[in-house]
Design a binder for this molecule. Sequence first.
Ligand SMILES: *[C@@H]1O[C@H](CO)[C@@H](O)[C@H](O)[C@H]1NC(C)=O
Length: 184
Amino acid sequence: MRRTLAAARNIIVFALLLVVRNCHGKPGQQGTLSALKDCIVQAGSNASDIVEHDGPDYAKYSELNYQWNLIHEKKFPVAYFVVRSVTDVQNAVRCCTAQSVRIVAKGGGHSYEAYSFGDSTALIVDLQALHELVVSPDRQSFTIGSGALLGQLAYPLLEGYNLVTPQGTCPTVGIVGLATGGGY
Ligand SMILES: *[C@@H]1O[C@H](CO)[C@@H](O)[C@H](O)[C@H]1NC(C)=O
């Protein structure tokens, strides 16, 4: 079990290192956001996966911007980019760097400090579509996408492999939070 969790942690930390880079500039401005979006789309990502605060689909934005924990004031990042692949993540990192836009990774979104939501200058790389689970043939380790929620880990592991993980009972906490030391 320890090996299993350690393997998951390595993968998630690696994914986080790829994603968590803060660039400071003059983000949040309309010009910057549209240049950022152009950059990401030209790099091959799907424009429909970028949902802007000031865009046409506020219902979709609100859904993505759901915040469990409102100890702090609710945050409204400039846009969400629901990444579908490693290439999407790379495009986000390259384009945010080029456009000096702050980039923030979101796993489950349960952080008490609301780290997953950045601020009104940030693009959120929403990892929810990346939750593929692959268990090794000897069942001693597994890899899972960094956007997986604990329920997306616990239920398939139990039902498909008769394995359990040491984790809390809330199924919507993200694996990234648990594997990096929170989520208990
Ligand atoms: C882009 O996303 C939209 C909405 O999910 C989808 O209908 C369309 O097929 C996607 N386009 C490509 C090229 O994947």
